[in-house]
Design a protein around this ligand. Structure first.
Ligand code: GLA
Length: 414
């Protein structure tokens, strides 16, 4: 597994290979795994994600020519574009870009709009990522956030304290209020440039991550409360990639969000967050689809708060039960799971030493998250892939993840 420093070195090598000079700045932004609180963020509810040790890294420097060159090293693609021109035409220009570049360019432009002074400068940039694309681990938010940090550094780090001394490659962090504005800019890039009406969880997690902690986020106030993860001798986290690609731009995500909003309107509340308990719901006002949304979201908010309490109390068994209930609700009521994810959750839950398992992220494929004792995790890694392949005909990967700090500017070069 790569460290930030190793990914930056790789990206810088790619930059030199393509552009003939070294980059002058670098940024790293982590992906996230959500422990519980799924499809609640856009309902102003509660989520409990953590930033994970998989990063998108951007290295950049002033453009050699009059236009910017943006390169996605992992897929060996590059676009040459005027960022200034894009900024002038704003998101209307998104259609001129390949899908991957919309996240990058959108975030560069949106963030410059908030922290930049004058016309958007042109830059050469290489992005590379160890967050699997389409895995439900926020590869998009990681790209957006890494790009936004590049812009903050270009803008002169107005909001940033000076680089910290010491050996850490993560050398510059911005103030919390500014991280919120960054997350909002990144979300705007995803809405306007990529066309995905996402909530704010992923962008907040990528910027606010705290090593060894999960983050309880209230998506009404956007308040973030770090909650310590259990010691590694007690419990570890696995993400199991189902091998089925998750695709939020496909429209199902937007449909769920619209159904939640129509259910809130039918109940006369601003958001489903306002509904404190299922007992208070006037079911007669809702059609079947709206009823399913309300059951999931109201139940999931309660489960997320209970899970944060269980984490604080060290009740990992209770935490795991809530994870399984969350999965059942996402699969049954909300209908965002799939046969493969259900199979992973079933197999993992049947393994001794596993506290809990559930799908994580938007759904429709992607990853499951498993909380297990170290021995349980080993048993899952040994036994689950074979059983999953036999049951589904699809291969999965099992990887351990740890909670890390959020996005930052990074030292580049020697
Ligand atoms: C995606 C979105 C998030 C959130 C999750 C589901 O990851 O980007 O905002 O809605 O799905 O919890």
């Amino acid at each position: 597994m790569s460290t930030v420093g190793a990914i930056v070195d790789r990206a810088a090598g790619e930059f030199v290979g393509r552009f003939g000079v070294g980059p002058t700045l670098a940024s790293a932004a982590p992906g996230r795994v959500n422990l519980i609180g799924e499809h609640t963020d856009y309902n102003q509810g509660f989520v409990l994600p953590l930033a994970i040790d998989r990063w998108c890294v951007c290295v950049a420097g002033p453009a050699a020519g009059g236009r910017s060159r943006l390169c996605a090293a992992d897929i060996d693609e590059m676009v040459e574009v005027s960022l200034r021109g894009l900024a002038e035409r704003a998101a209307a220009a998104a259609g001129e870009l390949p899908a991957w570049a919309r996240y990058l360019a959108g975030s560069l432009v949106e963030r410059w709009g908030s922290v930049g002074d004058g016309a958007m400068p042109e830059l050469d940039l290489v992005a590379t990522s160890t967050v699997p694309v389409g895995g439900g681990l926020s590869s998009s938010a990681a790209i957006e956030t890494a790009a936004a940090v590049v812009v903050e550094v270009m803008a002169g780090g107005r909001e940033s304290p000076p680089p910290c001394a010491g050996g850490s490659p993560v050398c510059r962090q911005v103030a919390p209020w500014d991280r919120l504005s960054r997350a909002l800019d990144c979300q705007r890039a995803e809405h306007r440039w990529a066309g995905v009406p996402c909530g704010l969880m992923d962008q907040l997690a990528s910027s606010f991550g705290v090593g060894a902690h999960a983050l309880l986020i209230d998506c009404r106030s956007n308040g973030v409360t770090p909650a310590p993860m259990p010691r590694e001798s007690e419990a570890v986290l696995l993400v199991i990639n189902s091998g089925v690609r998750h695709e939020l731009a496909g429209g199902e995500y937007a449909k769920r969000r619209a159904a939640c909003e129509s259910a809130a309107a039918a109940l006369g509340v601003g958001s489903l967050r306002e509904i404190g308990s299922l007992g208070a719901v006037e079911w007669a006002r809702l059609d079947d689809e709206q009823g399913r949304c309300v059951r999931h979201v109201v139940g999931e908010n309660a489960r997320t708060l209970a899970a944060a309490g269980a984490l604080r109390a060290g009740d990992l068994g209770g935490f795991g039960r809530l994870m399984r209930e969350s999965h059942a609700s996402l699969a049954g009521d909300y209908r965002v799971s799939c046969r493969e994810l259900d199979e992973i959750v079933r197999l993992a839950s049947a393994t001794t030493g596993v506290f809990g398992a559930r799908m994580t992220g938007g759904g429709f494929g992607g990853c499951a998250v498993v909380l297990a004792t170290p021995e349980g995790a080993e048993a899952v890694a040994r036994g689950l892939p074979g059983a999953y392949l036999r049951a589904t005909g699809v291969s999965c990967t099992v990887e351990r993840v740890r909670a890390v700090d959020g996005a930052a500017a990074v030292a580049v070069g020697g």
